[in-house]
Ligand binder design. Structure first.
Ligand code: HEM
Length: 115
């Protein structure tokens, strides 16, 4: 099972000597990866001890990068301290579905009215 890590613990690892970062509610120790990161040390340090999900996703990291994450995972956030990224994703999903539904109904109505 994943080790549960609190936000309080995460925050302590916020400098070059130890860099922990949250991505999608999992905690990663990227201290050893700082020098190797193709996107630079500073981009990682900016999120040291914090949630880097937004930054990570904004860059559009490759599948290789996502695969690499596994190597650095050390645990997961406590359930009560997880952020709502997943929720906002599913909100987006519903918005897209609603839009698709509206378009389908629109077309059906148009066809019906043109009869
Ligand atoms: C800790 C987890 C991270 C891992 C394992 C990781 C890994 C990688 C890898 C493998 C690349 C090479 C390109 C690719 O394969 O997509 C890359 C590029 C990059 N990463 Fe990260 N990254 C991490 C976090 C972040 C964060 C939090 C940021 C910024 C907020 C960031 C910013 C960038 C940038 C700017 C590039 C360069 C993109 C380019 O030159 O086209 N990365 N990263």
């Amino acid at each position: 099972m994943d080790k549960i890590i609190s936000l309080q613990e995460l925050k302590k690892h916020n400098s070059q000597s130890s860099v922990w970062m949250v991505i999608h509610n999992d905690v990663y120790d990227v201290t050893a990866f700082l020098q190797e990161h193709p996107g630079g040390e500073d981009t990682l340090l900016d999120f040291a001890g914090k949630d880097g999900t937004q930054g990570f996703e904004d860059v559009g990291h490759s599948d290789d990068a996502r695969e690499l994450l596994k190597k650095y995972k050390i645990g997961t956030l406590a359930p009560g301290e997880r952020t709502a990224h997943i929720e906002s994703c599913s909100k987006l999903k519903w918005a897209v579905l609603a839009l698709a539904g509206a378009i389908v109904i629109g077309f059906a109505l148009k066809k019906y009215l043109n009869k």
